[in-house]
Structure formats: structure tokens, C-alpha cells
Ligand binder design. Structure first.
Ligand SMILES: *Cc1c(COP(=O)(O)O)cnc(C)c1O
Length: 362
């Protein structure tokens, strides 16, 4: 069986280093907001090329903290791609704001920048871009609109640790970014974790306080905050794994290149990338209009796959108010998309087997 994602194998490579760092935490007697958090967040800020990184509980919270810190709430509209993972949209509605769904580009699966301007109203406050599947959004048009209409750009970078747009990393492409360190992400911990990155000093201070009960110093509360922090053990694990993120992403790129050059079944549409070097291939998503049949066939041939995602947010029960909305591009993607195995620990022979089996499919 070729696993879709072998988390054990991914983390096993770093066992000795992780053991040592967890022991450090144990020995320190300090478990939340300590030295490990400081070390990791400084290193991750440097990695992204930004001034600030604030650890938090998870990716959804990271996005939500940004929206809270800007003070966006009821009556405010935030643009978001309709085909994203539901967490991007939950972060907006959780704060009482209105998510405005924008169709993606069928080739990149990222938000279609040409459809954003027509949806801007006097209530629009921000555009949330999602670097879906690990490919950075083409930011220039989004930046132009943000400048023209005085909007904030919030990046959902949960699938794109290390990806680049020209020479800039995700996390540095907008006003503030939310990352997730959920175990399966390109940089994943062993539980839940997340962070916000930004160059905005004031916003960083505010998020740090809001995430810690709205407190700027102990027992002094200036905001009605939340408790959303990255614990010391997770920060220690992430600090070890961060050192290997670029080489892991490079391995993913090599696998993606092999897939793209060797899968030649006319029934299958391969993902497109406008810049081979920037994509970090969190997910390698192929498309076919016989998706369920292909998934079954791969399973019978020992290849595990996944669907990101089977049902778009606007068709979920949680968003009943949108269930009859028509978003044809988003719906087409959700009906046809299939994620094949992708991870830095796939072996060459496993990758070759996947290609062989896909090319034999009729
Ligand atoms: C994983 C993910 C999130 C949420 O991150 P959690 O840490 O699971 O809360 C948000 N947006 C996208 C695009 C994701 O893939």
C-alpha cells in the first residue's frame, strides 16, 4: 500500500533531535510561552522574511486573531476564494464578518483576481488570499486592488510554508498571514499549532495580547481576548523541523516534476504551475471527470488518495444560507479533484508505481 501521507515516517527522521528538544522542555519546568516559543517564532519570522511571528493554537485561530486585531466585525465584508478549506471562511464568520465568496481560476485553483473588483463594496475591508495546495497566489493584481480600495490583504498560508511569489515567501506577501502547523502540513507539529506573521509592529503587539487573554502584562487586560497559544513542546518540535523544511519542499518539487513529466493519461488533467520553483506541493491534485472511479481503481491497486475537498463550503449544512448559490468553477473542481500521494518520504519506486498505475487507467 502506498500511503497518501506517512506521518510516522516523516517525523521518525528527526526522532533523536526531537527527543533532545522535548527533554529540554521537560527539564526547564516551563511549558507555555517560554524559551522554545521565542526561539521558534524568531526563526520562523526570519524564514518568512518578516519582523514578527506570534505563535497561536492553530491555523483557524491565526486567521481569526488577525481579523479580531484589525477590529473587523458585523457589517464588514471579507473576500475569500469559494474553493478553500472551510477554516478560511469560518475565521471570517466567527468574527461576525460576512465572507464574500470569489470563484477560483480553474488552472491554478487560487482566487481569480479578475473577479475580485466587481465584488468590492463600501463594506469591503479585506481580501483573504489562500495559497491553495502550496502555490502562492499571483499577488500583483490583488495588491493593486488593495491599494486602490484601501483594503487589507490577509494570507491563509496554511498549505504553503516556504512557497514564494518572486523572491518573497508566503507570510510576507500581505499585511498579515495565518499559518497552521497541523501534523499533515508541510511544517507540522505533533498536535495543533499555528502562527501569525506580519511586518506591522502595532498589529503584532495587539495579536500577542489578544491571544493571551487580551493581556499586555500579567493580570492587566486591555482587550477582551482569547486563549490561543503555541505550547513549548510543539514550538520545540517545529524548531527542529523548520531546519529541514526547504529540503523537504525541494523533494516534493522533484516528485511533482516527475509526476508532471511522466503522467500522460489523456483522461487526467495535471496541475499547472506558473513557477516551478515557488510551489511547495502540499497537495498534488489531479482532475478527471471520472474521479470516483479513478479513486476506486487506485485503491484496488494499492494507492491511497484523498479529496481536497469533496464538498465546497457553500454546499455545507453549516452555510445553509448559501446552499442554492451557484459557483460553477468551484463545484467543477470539487467534483473532479483527486489528491495523489505526495510527501518528502515517498521513495522513487513508489512515485514510479503511482505513475505507472495512473497511465494504465482506462
Ligand atoms: C489546515 C488549514 C487551515 C486550518 O488550520 P488548523 O490548524 O487545522 O486550524 C486553514 N486554512 C487552510 C487552507 C488549511 O489547509
Amino acid at each position: 500500500m502506498i500511503k497518501f501521507l506517512d506521518l510516522y515516517k516523516i517525523n521518525e527522521r528527526f526522532r533523536d533531535e526531537i527527543d533532545l528538544r522535548i527533554k529540554e522542555v521537560l527539564d526547564s519546568g516551563w511549558y507555555v510561552l517560554g524559551e522554545q516559543n521565542k526561539r521558534f517564532t524568531e526563526n520562523f519570522a526570519n524564514f518568512c522574511g518578516v519582523k514578527h511571528c506570534i505563535g497561536c493554537a492553530n491555523g483557524l485561530e491565526a486567521l481569526s486573531l488577525i481579523i479580531k486585531a484589525y477590529g473587523f466585525g458585523a457589517g464588514d465584508e471579507i473576500m475569500v476564494p469559494a474553493n478553500t478549506y472551510i477554516a478560511s471562511i469560518l475565521a471570517i464568520s466567527e468574527n461576525g464578518c460576512t465572507p464574500v465568496l470569489v470563484e477560483p481560476d480553474i488552472n491554478t485553483y487560487n482566487i481569480n483576481p479578475d473577479l475580485v473588483e466587481e465584488k468590492i463594496t463600501s463594506k469591503t475591508k479585506a481580501i483573504m488570499v489562500v495559497h491553495l495546495y502550496g502555490q502562492a497566489v499571483q499577488m500583483q493584481k490583488i495588491q493593486d486592488l488593495a491599494d486602490k480600495y484601501n483594503l487589507k490583504i490577509i494570507e491563509d498560508a496554511a498549505q504553503a510554508h516556504g512557497a514564494k511569489y518572486f523572491n518573497k515567501r508566503t507570510g510576507s506577501l500581505g499585511d498579515a498571514a495565518g499559518f497552521s502547523f497541523y501534523p499533515g502540513k508541510n511544517l507540522g507539529c505533533m498536535g495543533d499549532g499555528g502562527c501569525v506573521t506580519t511586518n506591522d509592529d502595532e498589529l503584532a503587539e495587539k495579536i500577542k495580547a489578544i491571544a493571551n487573554y487580551g493581556s499586555d502584562r500579567k493580570y492587566h487586560h486591555i482587550y477582551k481576548g482569547v486563549n490561543s497559544r503555541l505550547d513549548e513542546i510543539q514550538a520545540a518540535i517545529l524548531d527542529v523541523k523548520l531546519k529541514y523544511l526547504d529540503s523537504d519542499n525541494q523533494r516534493r518539487r522533484k516528485i511533482a516534476k516527475y509526476y508532471r513529466e511522466n503522467i500522460n493519461n489523456p483522461l487526467i488533467i495535471l496541475p499547472q504551475t506558473y513557477d516551478e520553483m515557488s510551489h511547495v506541493w502540499h497537495i498534488f491534485a489531479i482532475r478527471t471527470n471520472k474521479r470516483d472511479r479513478l479513486q476506486q481503481y487506485l485503491k484496488e491497486n494499492g494507492i491511497e488518495t484523498n479529496i481536497h475537498y469533496p464538498t465546497p463550503p457553500h454546499k455545507q449544512i453549516a452555510y445553509k444560507e448559501w446552499n442554492s448559490v451557484n459557483l460553477p468553477v468551484t463545484e467543477k473542481i470539487h467534483n473532479e479533484i483527486l489528491s495523489i500521494p505526495m510527501s518528502p518520504v515517498l521513495t522513487d519506486s513508489e512515485v514510479e508505481k503511482v505513475v505507472e498505475v495512473l497511465n494504465d487507467w482506462k
